[in-house]
Design a protein. Structure first.
Lengths: 363, 386
């Protein structure tokens, strides 16, 4: 513990809770005067390193997480931040593997390092403030005023990050600017023939290795992509309720919430569900969305990935899906023009996009 | 907030008048015997779905999603079979915050309604104020207001649970030691039948004693050196003999004594009894105490029990651990990750078996046999060193 204090350095693995909460962590640790060391971006080596330590049934994100911890240890990091986020609301629990992250890491990695393992469990009355205090206490900081200031600073950066992403700024840009204390706004919105919403965990979607850069790939195919970052908390929770469901999983907002919001708003032409093999919560949430999409007539594709997924097959499936969406839309618009007897000469999709922008301008 | 409340009410549907209800519940091991006694004494009509089998599993697999765990598939099959047999009310408990179990009922309800069945689903929450919830659920399905009947039902149910548990424990003890193969099994089946037929509280209370006396009559070889193995893992898989491919019998026939820490009666007593009546240390509390070195927090499911029991076993001279879990069970995967370290540090052999609908029995038995050989050799080594 003394060593940690001397260095005042904390390692944060670039996995699991990093993807949504890093802006907060950054502001919080910076205000406390603790420097952050991030692990390198996920590569195949990270996955292989992680797979060596855990049993084969473990899901891909946990393997990636373990790989990142190994990476941090190799970098010489002595204190590693591994939070256990048990529940984010009364009876709203997380997946067992995320709840037990510190337990897994403690027992599989046999190397000397200090683990900072705060618990957030709102079902058992361990609030977010306690979570932050536990973290600060691990570094020997007990001054409540200082911790409160750090929390406020964390929220500030977190909020500006979310403000940017909601306006349509991409994840990486938003993260970079939020950390630098800037707020940018997306002014020009490029019109694209079709748009899809991706329902996936942040740690799968924004990890370029795990998701195989699906967002970039889709944008290259001229598809507008909406993710959980574009939907606010209130919107997603009310969408879940209006579908007649209740939130059960802590990260349900990223999946069911996002998909439900776009399904109800009719903003998108299709939904892509991206999940890793053997994911427990996903198996239920995707099925739930499949049921609702079937009723509403919304196309949904379920892509399952694991460490062996080949990129070529992955691209083919996305291409087939977007082609199908395009054809469906064209057919729909043809029919519409016949009905209203407004003969549209140019059937090119680009023309019709204007209608789309009017009905669904972003923000 | 209103929506949430409305959804909460969905848990106890009320479309069928109480007197027309025909009640069914999913099967797990022998819980049908005590539950039947309880519901019959409350004046309800019941339907018992056929025991889990390949046919049931096939029905379940056909109608459920790909990624869900094995217990759900069997539960769904039980519901379908019961509805086909004429049931119109389905009962199930749920425990939010444990794992996917909290979503089982919601999923089953949706799937069955989509299949065109008409029924009421009655769900009782096992999170807080369990006894109140349970009583409310039973009142809801039967509309019985006679307290004597409740007393009779619950006491019959509990006593039958304890009798079955005792018989099971004695069966595990006797099977590897019996002189004539099959005696213990025969005795166990006989007592299951008698337990099922018992209809008065007075007789039910004596069951446990009678079972013990009857098992004592079976001739056994008391001096036989029998390796003792703990069976731990996921709740459903442990308690359902079809799902675990009757591992207890296989082990017993190999001459191994099985001990199981999770018994349905014990669990139910701990869950339902108000805390001021329940004075002994519960299984969970003991597990938390023993698992402290490896786990600092409970993470849902039976993960902490698995680890705690392993450490407990190592400290009490048990020869080995067999850990069974359904495929893709989230808490048990965490346990699987932790077990190798526990095994190394506490010096106890462990074997993790993952079960799903594709599990082949031959490969499964080979692994168990190899494990038992290892245990026996280890035991021998210990004796030689002494």
């Amino acid at each position: 513990m003394k060593k940690v204090l001397k260095n005042n350095l904390v390692g944060i693995p670039r996995a699991i809770s990093y993807y949504h909460n890093y802006p907060f962590y950054y502001g919080f640790f910076k205000s406390l005067g603790i420097e952050i060391v991030l692990s390198d971006k996920t590569t195949t080596k990270t996955i292989n390193d992680g797979s060596k330590y855990v049993v084969s049934d473990t899901c891909l994100p946990i393997k990636v997480f373990t790989g990142h911890v190994i990476n941090l240890i190799n970098k010489g990091c002595e204190a590693i931040f591994i939070p256990s986020i048990q529940s984010t609301g009364y009876k709203i629990n997380n997946c067992s593997k995320i709840r037990g992250l510190p337990e897994i890491i403690r027992n599989v990695i046999d190397k000397p390092f200090t683990m900072i393992e705060p618990t957030l469990d709102k079902t058992e009355n361990i609030s977010f403030k306690d979570f932050c205090e536990q973290t600060a206490n691990a570094f020997g900081i007990t001054d409540k005023q200082e911790i409160k200031k750090a929390i406020d600073n964390g929220w500030k950066i977190y909020n500006s990050f979310w403000e940017m992403t909601k306006s349509g700024v991409s994840y990486t840009d938003a993260l970079e600017n939020a950390i630098n204390g800037k707020i940018i706004k997306k002014t020009v919105d490029i019109v694209k023939p079709i748009s899809v919403a991706i329902m996936a965990h942040g740690y799968n979607l924004f990890d370029e290795r795990i998701s195989m850069n699906i967002i970039r790939k889709l944008e290259k195919m001229n598809v507008k992509v909406y993710t959980s970052l574009n939907v606010s908390y209130n919107d997603s929770i009310s969408s879940i309720h209006s579908l007649g469901e209740i939130q059960y999983w802590a990260n349900e907002l990223e999946l069911t919430g996002t998909a439900a919001y776009y399904l109800l708003n009719n903003k998108v032409d299709g939904i892509i569900a991206l999940s890793t093999f053997g994911c427990g919560p996903d198996s239920l949430m995707v099925d739930e969305m499949m049921y609702h999409c079937k009723e509403a007539g919304m196309p949904l594709i379920h892509l399952t990935i694991d460490e062996h997924t080949g990129e070529a097959g992955f691209i083919t499936r996305i291409e087939a899906f977007t082609d199908m969406l395009l054809r469906k839309k064209r057919m729909h618009l043809d029919k519409k023009s016949f009905d209203s007897k407004e003969h549209i000469q140019n059937k090119k999709i680009v023309e019709i996009k204007k209608e789309k922008i009017l009905t669904s301008s972003i923000k | 907030m209103n929506i949430v409340k409305k959804l909460e009410q969905k848990k106890m549907e009320n479309t069928i008048p109480a007197k027309d209800r025909i009640i069914a519940w999913p099967r797990m091991g022998r819980i049908d015997i005590p539950l039947k006694a309880l519901l019959l004494s409350l004046g309800a009509k019941v339907v018992i779905p056929p025991a889990n089998s390949n046919e049931a599993l096939e029905i379940g697999v056909r109608n459920s999603i790909e990624g869900i765990c094995l217990p759900y598939k069997l539960n769904l099959a039980n519901y379908i079979m019961a509805l086909d047999k004429g049931a119109n009310t389905l009962m199930m408990f749920q425990a939010p915050g444990s794992c996917r179990l909290g979503n089982y009922t919601k999923m089953a309800q949706k799937t069955l309604k989509a299949m065109g069945y008409e029924f009421d689903m009655v769900i009782f929450d096992m999170y807080k104020s369990k006894m109140k919830q349970t009583l409310h659920a039973f009142w809801h399905v039967t509309h019985c207001i006679n307290p004597w009947r409740y007393y009779k039902g619950f006491s019959l149910g509990f006593n039958k649970f304890f009798a079955i548990d005792t018989a099971e424990r004695l069966l595990f003890y006797t099977r590897p030691r019996e002189l004539h193969k099959g005696d213990a099994e025969k005795c166990y089946n006989k007592w299951l039948k008698i337990t099922d037929e018992t209809n008065s509280v007075w007789k039910a209370k004596k069951l446990k004693k009678q079972v013990i006396e009857d098992f004592k009559k079976i001739p056994i070889d008391k001096n036989k050196k029998v390796p003792v193995v703990y069976l731990i893992g996921e709740f459903f898989v442990l308690l359902d003999p079809y799902t675990n491919q009757n591992i207890e019998k296989e082990l017993g026939d190999m001459g191994v004594e099985v001990q199981r820490q999770i018994m349905f009666g014990d669990w139910l007593e701990h869950v339902l009894k108000p805390s001021f009546f329940y004075r002994k240390e519960s299984h969970r509390e003991r597990s938390v105490r023993y698992a402290k070195k490896y786990m600092k927090r409970a993470i849902g499911g039976e993960c902490i029990e698995t680890i705690g029991d392993t450490v407990y076993a190592a400290k009490h001279g048990i020869d080995g651990i067999i850990h069974i879990s359904p495929f893709s069970c989230m808490p048990e995967i965490v346990a699987q990750n932790i077990l190798p370290k526990v095994s190394r540090e506490e010096d106890i052999p462990t074997l993790s078996l993952v079960l799903d609908e594709q599990t082949g029995k031959a490969g499964y038995i080979t692994r168990i046999e190899a494990f038992i050989d290892l245990i026996k050799r280890k035991q021998l080594k210990k004796f030689n060193n002494m």
